[in-house]
Design a protein around this ligand. Structure first.
Ligand code: ZN
Ligand code: ZN
Ligand code: FE
Length: 754
């Protein structure tokens, strides 16, 4: 019997051909395997039972980095192959083959690295076909050494022999290297002078003394400090100008993590996965790590070591190291040695660097478990550039994403390539990084977009960038439509759905700021069915940083001038003159745009309850409101809406009940839970009413508010109990990191129809 098999997916540069070669030998199968432009083709011959066994084992025993998308098996005449061979790639190959993301060091390499008898003992750049850098070292395709950051390193004869031997586990491992021929680590002080001793041992010693060390990693620099040393972590925060946002930590192994955080089996698997994301884990109380690692937060962001260098460093005896992005506040992470000294020189006491260049930055990915699923809050290292598979093929489109937590997205056929996390497009450095990422992804994916997609907001840097490109149509997609579409894309939904898009801010076509929206949406358009009734946002952007302003806006809706007589802490703490200015602002609608944002209602509720008047980062007040909430369901306040073509949810009634509850002396943790229950029961009831009118029974949940686990799980469970099909984000973020995918789906679908 003879077959021809076409395999599509990530099957190049991951040891797939040698794997097929070995498997063919095991099963007595003859034939050949060859890389093609789309993946790998096999021509195989053997008696039927042997061939069946071979075909059954093929996907099951595949190398860890291989990712099979499609397998097509065709009959062919018997050719009479004598043996099995790996044929050289064709020159035109690999243009549409998928590129592997960067992958954590594998167990085999780790064992060799810690084996004093091994020739790579203690070598910080050990790798093989199953592990190591990929995306962050590629300049161009095909993925061959001259097209990577390894170009400058010539393999010694022993490395070359491994590279050339199909039976070796480093066969065609492009970053293959050893201490004789490969990259090296150096420890430098802030004046760029080398420090004596073994660089890793010396760096560990400095960390133990409380110093801050900038460490060059896979996709950029980290800033490291001993996570048990509060003074060191405080110093890092002060120098980095990062006052309150939680800092990620790296711990040597699961046992160490179990000492300071709660671990479930799903979390363990996620931590140990080849992507090695930062995983949000509930803290063990009392807190075991320094207070300043994650102040006033119930979670730690934790990851396991993923490069050989990390393993060598962690083996020096740490419980946990803070490992936060090597940047100043919101700038992109530093990747280049010179850049690091320039930008991190005021932050780090010394620099643990190496000479393997990073071609494209990639921050650590962030994941959590919620409502029974793994959810990415930031999709970056380890996941990019694997595509999201769309239901239908679309014209090639470049979607430029939103403003905050920006990503971009390129489509090719039914594949959507969402970029790594680019960050907040608020400075020149981020804008430059955006441009580099567009150029880089277009080159390595061989995509020439036929259309551009961007937000409706005229002032987003991403919108301006799109409009400045010449020769391509620009399709603008409303922010919350993009949110809903992103979730539809992920779940391959087509046709109309009820889209609940809850977030902080998005440009509405009616000139108001949207963010508490129920849309009837499909992949082309949408209709606004309902939203939170609008209130003015006094000071616009200032109202995001200062939730007390939103509290006044809502209290003014309910109480007007009498708000000053309320015995609420938020009122007592607001100087009358300052408060009056804000009230004038919002009553006269000067610099006070109307908003239907649910995120801003969360801010207001947190401020009224007395949690905080101002925030260090967007969403902080809402997050703390969730954190203090009592675990037991309490039953909510009344939730009503004004009927009409577009229903308006009466937020003022909710605020009134919340205030009365506080004035009755109800503890904050119960008030918080009631507030959440109000939204869960209320929006679910509204969905039922809208289902009666529209017949839509599929609900899509998207937007930054669904990072709130209480809301996500509560609303999900309630809607499912009432017979809805509920969809939420898993593989792209529910925050604005997912916007580009939604834009791409909408713009591509519109272009296709046009
Ligand atoms: Zn390996
Ligand atoms: Zn070598
Ligand atoms: Fe948003």
């Amino acid at each position: 019997m003879a077959k021809e098999i076409h395999i599509r997916g990530v099957v190049q540069g991951v040891g797939f051909r040698p794997y097929v070669h070995r498997l063919a030998h095991t099963h007595g199968v003859r034939g050949e395997v060859i890389n093609t432009s789309a993946g790998v083709t096999l021509r195989v011959e053997a008696p039927a039972p042997a061939l069946d066994a071979f075909l059954a084992a093929l996907p099951r025993e595949k190398p860890p980095l291989a990712h099979i998308v499609a397998v097509e098996i065709l009959d062919r005449p018997v050719d009479g192959y004598a043996g099995f061979s790996i044929r050289a790639s064709r020159a035109d190959a690999a243009r549409t083959a998928l590129i592997s993301p960067d992958v954590a060091v594998c167990d085999d390499c780790r064992r060799e690295m810690f084996d004093p008898q091994d020739r790579r003992f203690g070598y910080a750049f050990i790798n093989c076909t199953n592990c190591g850098p990929r995306y962050t070292i590629i300049d161009d395709v095909p993925y061959d050494r001259p097209n990577t950051a390894m170009r400058g390193f010539t393999m010694c004869h022993r490395c070359q022999a491994e590279y050339d031997d199909p039976a070796d586990r480093r066969y065609h491992a492009q970053p293959n290297a050893c201490a004789d021929c490969g990259p090296r680590v150096t420890l430098l002080d802030a004046a760029r002078q080398p420090l004596p001793g073994d660089p890793i041992v010396a760096a560990a010693q400095l960390l133990k003394e409380g110093r801050i060390v900038a460490i060059k990693g896979l996709g950029g620099f980290h800033l490291a400090a001993d996570a048990l040393n509060d003074a060191a972590v405080e110093r890092l925060r002060a120098r980095k100008h990062r006052e309150e946002k939680p800092l990620a930590v790296m711990a040597p192994d699961l046992a160490a993590i179990a000492g300071f955080a709660h671990l479930g089996t799903a979390e363990e698997a996620l931590l140990g996965s080849i992507q090695r994301p930062i995983v949000l884990l509930p803290k063990r109380l009392p807190e075991r790590l320094a207070f300043s690692v994650a102040p006033r937060n119930h979670y730690y962001g934790v990851m396991l070591p993923y490069t050989p260098l990390h393993h060598l460093l962690m083996a020096q005896g740490f419980t946990a190291l803070v490992m936060t992005s090597g940047n100043r506040s919101e700038e992109p992470i530093a990747i280049d040695n010179d850049e690091a000294f320039e930008r991190l020189g005021q932050i780090a006491d010394c620099f643990l660097v190496h000479d393997r260049p990073i071609r494209l930055r990639a921050d650590d990915s962030i994941a959590r478990r919620a409502d029974g699923q793994t959810r990415l809050l930031r999709r970056s290292r380890g996941f990019v550039p694997l595509p999201i598979f769309l239901k239908e093929e679309l014209p090639m489109t470049l979607a430029c994403g939103g403003e905050l937590k920006n990503t971009l997205c390129l489509t090719r056929g039914n594949q959507a390539f969402v970029s790594q996390h680019i960050g907040d497009l608020e400075n020149l450095a981020s804008e430059a990084f955006f441009g580099q990422t567009v150029a880089h992804l277009e080159r390595i994916l061989d995509i020439a977009p036929q259309a551009l997609a961007c937000d409706l907001h005229p002032d987003y840097l991403s919108t301006r960038w799109a409009k400045a490109q010449t020769g391509l149509p620009v399709i603008q997609v409303q922010h919350h439509h993009a949110h809903v579409a992103a979730c539809m894309a992920e779940h391959q939904l087509t046709g109309r759905v009820l889209g609940l898009a809850f977030d902080g801010t998005g440009y509405g076509p009616d000139g108001t700021v949207w963010g508490g929206e129920v849309l009837a949406a499909d992949e082309v358009g949408y209709e606004r069915l309902a939203h939170l009734a609008c209130v003015p946002m006094p000071g616009a952007a200032a109202a995001i940083k200062e939730p007390w302003r939103m509290a006044l806006a809502w209290l003014d809706q309910v109480y007007g001038e009498q708000l000053w007589d309320l015995g609420l802490p938020i009122i007592r703490q607001t100087p009358r003159d300052k408060g009056e200015i804000v009230l004038q602002m919002l009553r006269r609608r000067v610099n006070a745009p109307l908003t239907s944002s649910l995120g801003r209602l969360f801010d207001a509720a947190a401020a009224i309850i007395g949690l905080r008047r101002s925030v260090a980062f967007e969403g902080q007040a809402a997050m703390e409101l969730e954190m203090i909430s009592d675990g037991r369901a309490q039953g909510g306040y009344p939730f009503a809406w004004h009927p009409g073509a577009i229903k308006q949810v009466d937020g003022a009634a909710i605020v009134r009940c919340l205030v009365e509850d506080i004035l009755r002396g109800t503890p904050a943790f119960i008030v918080s839970r009631r507030f959440h229950d109000t939204l869960i029961d209320g929006w679910a009831a509204l969905c039922e009413a809208l289902r009666d009118e529209s017949g839509l029974g599929r609900v899509v949940l998207s937007g930054g508010c669904f990072q709130n686990t209480l809301l996500l799980e509560g609303l999900g469970a309630t809607l499912r109990a009432r017979g809805f099909e509920v969809y939420s984000h898993q593989s792209v973020p529910t925050n604005d990191g997912g916007i580009s995918l939604g834009q791409a789906l909408v713009a591509g679908s519109r272009k296709k129809k046009a």
